[in-house]
Ligand binder design. Structure first.
Ligand code: ADP
Ligand code: MG
Length: 243
């Protein structure tokens, strides 16, 4: 199977603080990977290195055969293929839902307004918000804003989607709709890396679960392996606390 992402000996330090301690992993085309682990274990840093929102201290990251750690690589070009969704959705408050979604395709992908709007309307349908195209973000619930943020990321037609705790800032009753959209994407074959505390979602949707602690990938495997038969003591004690 084609490898979408290959990470070799990735080290990230902030000053004296080593946050990623030599990560090795790869992600297949169409694979859904959930990353779980305690706060401060380096999950966000790992995700942010994958589109170079953070610069690795050392190591290699290949995305679609582009070397992100090579200074000659056009990082903006690579980034257009990698969608990212954050805990806080960061929609543009002064733009309508539709304009939030079409801005980057028109500006960066040089799509025509008609073309961008057609795609945006399809995406709004996909996330269940067709009736909200003309409103401003402030009039939407957190869950609706997050679904718009997902649509906005998808409008660039990425082939990898990174999610950093996309439901952690939401009221509980909003979580399900967002997870439903992510599940749909997974079933469409999108390559996804998802940092999440939603263990039920990880069990159901992930092909692979990675447990991080202290800047290392401690253990990885199928959801069944990790949730039903964890091998490492740290994985066991983390799961006892969250399950
Ligand atoms: P997680 O997402 O698992 O909670 P993070 O990747 O956010 O963990 O953080 C891992 C460690 O890196 C923490 O100790 C955090 O304080 C530190 N860290 C994260 N971002 C920065 C930064 N921009 N500058 C300095 N330290 C940081
Ligand atoms: Mg984090």
């Amino acid at each position: 199977m084609a490898k979408k992402v290959i990470v070799e000996n990735l080290i990230k330090k902030y000053g004296d603080n080593t946050v990623l301690r030599g990560i090795n992993t790869s992600i297949d085309d169409g694979e859904v990977v959930c990353v779980i682990g305690p706060s401060g274990s380096g999950k966000s840093t790992f995700l942010r290195c994958l589109n170079r929102l953070e610069e690795p201290t050392s190591g290699t990251i290949l995305v679609d055969d582009f070397d992100l750690t090579d200074k000659k690589t056009d990082i903006n070009l690579v980034r257009q293929n990698i969608g990212m969704v954050f805990q806080h959705f960061n929609l543009f408050p002064h733009l309508s839902v539709l304009d939030n979604i079409t801005l980057a395709p028109i500006d960066l992908n040089k799509e025509s307004k008609e073309e961008a709007e057609k795609t945006a309307l399809e995406l709004l349908e996909m996330v269940g918000l067709s009736d909200k195209k003309d409103v401003y973000p402030a009039s939407l619930s957190g869950g609706q804003q997050q679904r718009v943020a997902i649509a906005r990321a998808l409008a660039m037609k990425p082939d990898i989607m990174l999610f950093d705790e996309p439901t952690s800032a939401l009221d509980p009753e909003m979580v399900g709709d967002v997870l439903e959209v992510m599940k749909k994407l997974a079933h469409q074959g999108m390559t996804m890396v998802i940092v999440t505390h939603e263990m039920g979602f990880a069990k159901e949707v992930a092909h692979r679960v990675i447990f991080t602690d202290g800047g290392n990938f401690i253990e990885e495997g199928s959801p069944k392996d990790i949730f039903e038969n964890p091998q490492n003591e740290r994985t066991k004690s983390f799961l006892q606390k969250v399950l």
